[in-house]
Design a protein around this ligand. Structure first.
Ligand code: SF4
Length: 157
């Protein structure tokens, strides 16, 4: 399962993409299932930028953090819905791992922006990444591509 924006789909909040040639090249080694959790959550493209305020994706699931747009609108439920839908597809299609866009409030793995829209990062996962990890699905970001490729070939990251 792969963040659709990494494959060049124009699903990013601004209507753009984050095409990553080496991620796309993984199609030679694995079946890639593109997903965009924010679109799966019912959000439009383009849409206002949003970040997690008060913690990381894990904190959103714990109820101690929220997803707010740059103008302060609460998008928490849409982001959670998108995460559940992503897991539904992963489970239904038998996904074996997720390779997701780094630092996104949905897809980030290991670090996300801090909710101030100033580029400051904190440790933690995005909301979808945290949910998939809670279901025991291995998650990698494009910054962890070498680990992902090792996992694909050996089952170890
Ligand atoms: S939610 Fe994930 S797949 Fe969708 S645009 Fe953001 S980073 Fe890309």
């Amino acid at each position: 399962m792969v963040s659709a924006c990494l494959l060049g789909a124009h699903v990013k909040y601004c209507g753009g993409h984050n095409h990553h040639a080496a991620v796309s090249a993984l199609k030679e080694k694995a079946i890639l299932i593109p997903i965009c959790p924010e679109q799966l959550g019912g959000l439009a493209t383009p849409r206002p930028a949003a970040e997690i305020k008060g913690g990381s994706g894990e904190d959103v699931w714990n109820g101690t953090a929220r997803v707010l747009t740059v103008t302060g609108e609460d998008r928490t439920e849409a982001f959670k819905h998108g995460a559940r839908e992503a897991w539904l597809l992963a489970e239904t299609l038998g996904a074996q791992a997720a390779l997701l866009k780094a630092r996104s409030p949905s897809c980030g793995h290991g670090e996300v922006y801090d909710g101030t829209f100033s580029g400051v990062k904190i440790n933690g996962d995005g909301i979808t990444a945290a949910f998939l990890l809670s279901k025991k699905l291995p998650v990698f970001s494009e910054d962890e591509l070498a680990h992902c490729e090792k996992w694909l070939s050996t089952g170890e990251s």
